[in-house]
Design a protein around this ligand. Structure first.
Ligand code: HEC
Length: 109
């Protein structure tokens, strides 16, 4: 009986997880860390690894979903910042996903 309950609880948990994250997982399915690293060349002139400098936030080690949603917000001009709007408007979703998983994979310290 206990085993049945545990199995049931575990599968309910997995199902909840996949409903909650299915959209995001789909967005990241074409993400490629190596491509992200290549694209990041233009970002790291401003976003130096590890530390925030002045008005430029640190994005190394930040959750990929947070990075991707920030880039989307600049793209749609929902979030104001001329420089980042210009950077983001040239990126397609595959590039955004790849940059996000690359920066998320870095350590923040
Ligand atoms: C010319 C400098 C510059 C370049 C190049 C640049 N950024 Fe930014 N970025 C900024 C600044 C400044 C901000 C802060 C904007 C604000 O105050 O909202 C920012 C904000 C961000 C944020 C939001 C971070 C947060 O904590 O809210 C992300 C994500 C980001 N940049 C990613 C990128 C990526 C990816 C690239 C390369 C494709 C890139 N940036 C290139 C200057 C730059």
């Amino acid at each position: 009986m206990a085993r049945i309950l545990i199995t049931f609880a575990a599968s309910a948990f997995i199902m909840m997880g996949s409903i909650e994250y299915s959209h995001a997982d789909d967005f990241f399915k074409n993400a490629d860390i190596a491509y992200g690293e290549y694209l990041a060349g233009e970002c790291v002139t401003c976003h130096r690894s590890g530390s925030s400098e002045g008005s430029i936030p640190n994005i190394a080690g930040v959750n990929a979903k947070i990075i991707a949603s920030a880039l989307h917000a600049f793209q749609t001009k929902e979030r104001e910042n001329k420089v980042m709007q210009l950077v983001a408007e040239r990126l397609d979703n595959e590039q955004i996903a790849s940059l996000a998983v690359y920066f998320a994979s870095l350590t923040s310290d």
